[in-house]
Design a protein around this ligand. Structure first.
Ligand code: RB5
Length: 154
């Protein structure tokens, strides 16, 4: 599985640690920056990962900022991206099982290293349940296309 990962300045330390963890678990990791703690704007880094998920260049994305919230708002602007912010393993599990989330956004300020690892491990190992949830996820995609058509025309 290919995973894109990026952060803003507040998430840069957690990002490097998670990128190493994922590599040690044999995932193919695209670390899309930043690589130093200088202040950056989170939308630019969310876009790097979200675009790779949207085009299929990677299978999943991980984004980290102070709260995880700005990253999530930005990532969900990209076609086909289902981004979630998770603060615990339970929501990480449900976001995969019920929502087929393909991007997870984490709070560098709120999560300890240990909890961040737990959340990411749970999120990566949980499969989508399909069934009735597939209909609902499909509906999200239909609404996304309907809105794009309403705004831009066909
Ligand atoms: C940066 O100060 C902060 O706003 C950012 O890391 C994030 O929490 C935004 O949602």
């Amino acid at each position: 599985m290919k995973i894109g990962i990026a952060s803003d300045h507040r998430g840069v330390a957690l990002k490097s640690r998670l990128a190493q963890l994922l590599q040690s678990m044999d995932f193919e990791v695209h670390d899309l920056g930043p690589f130093e703690a200088q202040s950056v704007d989170y939308p630019d880094y969310a876009a790097r990962v979200a675009r790779e998920v949207s085009t299929g260049a990677v299978d999943r994305g991980i984004l980290i900022c102070g709260t995880g919230l700005g990253m999530c708002i930005t990532a969900n602007k990209f076609a086909g991206v289902r981004a979630v912010t998770c603060q615990d393993s339970v929501t990480a599990q449900y976001s995969r099982a019920h929502n087929d989330a393909n991007v997870i956004c984490l709070s560098a300020d709120q999560l300890s290293d240990q909890l961040a690892d737990q959340v990411v491990r749970m999120w990566l190992k949980t499969e989508f349940d399909g069934g009735r949830h597939a209909r609902r996820v499909q509906r999200i995609g239909e609404l996304e296309r309907e809105e794009a058509e309403r705004i831009h025309g066909s």
